[in-house]
Structure formats: structure tokens, C-alpha cells
Design a protein around this ligand. Structure first.
Ligand SMILES: NC(=O)c1ccc[n+]([C@@H]2O[C@H](COP(=O)([O-])OP(=O)(O)OC[C@H]3O[C@@H](n4cnc5c(N)ncnc54)[C@H](OP(=O)(O)O)[C@@H]3O)[C@@H](O)[C@H]2O)c1
Length: 258
């Protein structure tokens, strides 16, 4: 007897936010390779279209939907657009984000508020719109939030960013507890040092003298490849994670262990 494949996402439909480049683009391509339909969502339309075209060129199914996650109406419109295009929506990877590398002493009120708006309030709005839609339709759903080990480890000059990610982890637990009765699961993954750094904080990753200091602190002895975030994402979106909710999974080569 042939067993049903584990972690099967074939013909399922997902939104990936911040998918115009970096981690989001890599995860969107990986979900498409796993047979899923993917809505590529982000602020820069040309980036989203490029990623969607590259998926389509490999035989995958993807649409590009420009949106700003800080605007709740645009979050709702993105969800409606994905459902219209694919006839269903099974989950989302809420991944978009902005970085700020700044000493707390020099961080202005506006900069701090901007980080919370871009990395936390927007996560709440996107999740709330997904939750509203699935509860109204009586459908289950799975959300993967993109956190960071900066949510619980202090890094130099990352106060506003770290606080925004700490909020993401608590949002994960809170929504998971509130929405489990609706069949909606919410989990988070937390990358550490990855080979492609996010815009705005490249300087704390990439300079050779910085790398020389960081590498000895990573038990795995290297930065992570973006592709190494895919397996956890597929697992958390899949039915095999049906009893897993409210969890943070570190993917950081052991950095947060020591
Ligand atoms: N790379 C790492 O080493 C690392 C480590 C830990 C955690 N993370 C987390 O992983 C996520 C992705 O990081 P990344 O390295 O791929 O960053 P990135 O290369 O800077 O990409 C971020 C993406 O998010 C989009 N975006 C930002 N604000 C948005 C908004 N308000 N609405 C819609 N889209 C928005 C950007 O599009 P536009 O440019 O068009 O705005 C861009 O496509 C972030 O949440 C980050 O905090 C990254």
C-alpha cells in the first residue's frame, strides 16, 4: 500500500510576504517546488513580478501581489486576491521586515516606532486579516511568522529590531492560543546569521573583520543558507504539524545555545 507522502503541499495555496527578495523569495520558490501555489507579496512590484516569473518559468504557479503590510486594507486585499487566483488559501509565511542597526542612544522615537510598525504591527494586521477570513469561512489555516534569535538574545545596536521580533514571538503564542479552537495554527521560525543579510543591517554581517569575530561563536562554524529555512517552513505549514502551534523554532546553527 502506498503511503500518502509526508509534508505534502501539492495544490495548496500560500501567501509569502516580503517575497520579492532574500528569505521570502527563497521560501516562495521552495514552496512552489513542493507543488504549492504561491502569492508573492511585497512592496516593490517589479521584485515580486520577477520572483513570480522565475517560479512560472520552472513550471510552478505563482502570482505577484504588490502590497504594504502596514496597511490593513492592503492585507485584506492581498488575501482576497490569493483566494481568487488559487480558489483556496491554506496558509501564509509572514516574513517581510526592515532592519535598523543603531545604538539605542541614537535611535529616535520615529525610528523606534517605524521598526515596530514595519516588523510587528504589520504582522498583527496580516495575521488578523488571515484569521478573520478563515474563521468567517470556517476553514483551517497555518501561519509561519519570521522571527529571529534577536527576539531573545541581545545584539549590539539592534534594540528596536530585537524588540520588534520579541513582539513577534509573543504574538505567535497569543494568536496560537486564541485561534487553536478555529483550527488555525501559528508558529515562528528564528534564523540566526544567514548568508544573505537583510537590507539595513548588512554591516553587522558581512565585513570580513565582523565575520572573523562572529564565526567562532556559531557552533556550526558557518552562516546558514537561506534554503536551510525551507524544511521547517514546509513542516509547519503541512498537516504533519497539525498538533504543533505557538512554537518558536531556532534555525541558527546553534548560536543561541552558547
Ligand atoms: N537575513 C537574515 O540574516 C535574517 C536573520 C534573522 C531574521 N531575518 C528575518 O527574515 C525576514 C526576511 O529578511 P531578509 O533578509 O530576506 O530581508 P530583505 O532582503 O531586506 O527583504 C525584506 C523583504 O520584505 C519586504 N518588506 C519590507 N517591509 C514591507 C512591508 N511593510 N510590506 C510588504 N513588504 C515589505 C521588502 O520589500 P521592499 O524592499 O519592496 O519594501 C523585501 O522584499 C525579516 O523578517 C527578517 O527580520 C532575517
Amino acid at each position: 500500500m502506498a503511503a500518502a507522502p509526508l509534508f505534502d503541499l501539492k495544490d495548496r495555496a500560500y501567501i509569502v510576504t516580503g517575497a520579492g527578495r532574500g528569505i521570502g523569495a527563497e521560501l516562495a520558490a521552495g514552496l512552489a517546488e513542493a507543488g504549492a501555489c504561491v502569492a508573492i507579496a511585497g512592496r516593490t512590484a517589479a521584485d515580486c513580478e520577477k520572483v513570480a516569473s522565475s517560479i512560472a518559468a520552472k513550471g510552478g504557479r505563482a502570482i505577484a501581489v504588490p502590497f504594504d503590510a502596514r496597511d490593513e486594507a492592503q492585507c485584506a486585499a492581498l488575501i482576497a486576491e490569493a483566494e481568487r487566483a488559487f480558489g483556496r488559501l491554506d496558509g501564509a509565511v509572514v516574513n517581510h521586515g526592515i532592519g535598523l542597526h543603531r545604538d539605542a542612544l541614537d535611535t529616535t522615537r520615529d525610528e523606534f516606532a517605524n521598526m515596530l510598525d514595519g516588523n510587528l504591527t504589520s504582522y498583527f494586521l496580516m495575521c488578523r486579516e488571515l484569521g478573520r477570513r478563515w474563521v468567517a469561512e470556517g476553514r483551517p489555516g497555518s501561519i509561519v511568522l519570521m522571527s529571529s534569535n534577536a527576539s531573545f538574545l541581545a545584539y549590539d545596536e539592534l534594540a528596536a529590531y530585537g524588540v520588534s521580533k520579541a513582539g513577534v514571538d509573543q504574538l505567535c503564542r497569543q494568536l496560537a492560543a486564541e485561534w487553536a479552537r478555529h483550527g488555525i495554527r501559528v508558529n515562528a521560525i528564528g534564523p540566526g546569521y544567514m548568508t544573505a543579510s537583510m537590507k539595513g543591517i548588512e554591516s553587522i554581517y558581512d565585513a570580513p573583520e565582523v565575520k572573523a569575530k562572529i564565526l567562532p561563536k556559531i557552533p556550526a562554524g558557518r552562516y546558514g543558507a537561506l534554503r536551510e529555512l525551507l524544511g521547517a517552513t514546509v513542516y509547519l505549514l503541512s498537516d504533519e504539524a497539525g498538533y504543533t502551534t505557538g512554537q518558536y523554532l531556532a534555525i541558527d546553527g546553534g548560536y543561541s545555545l552558547i
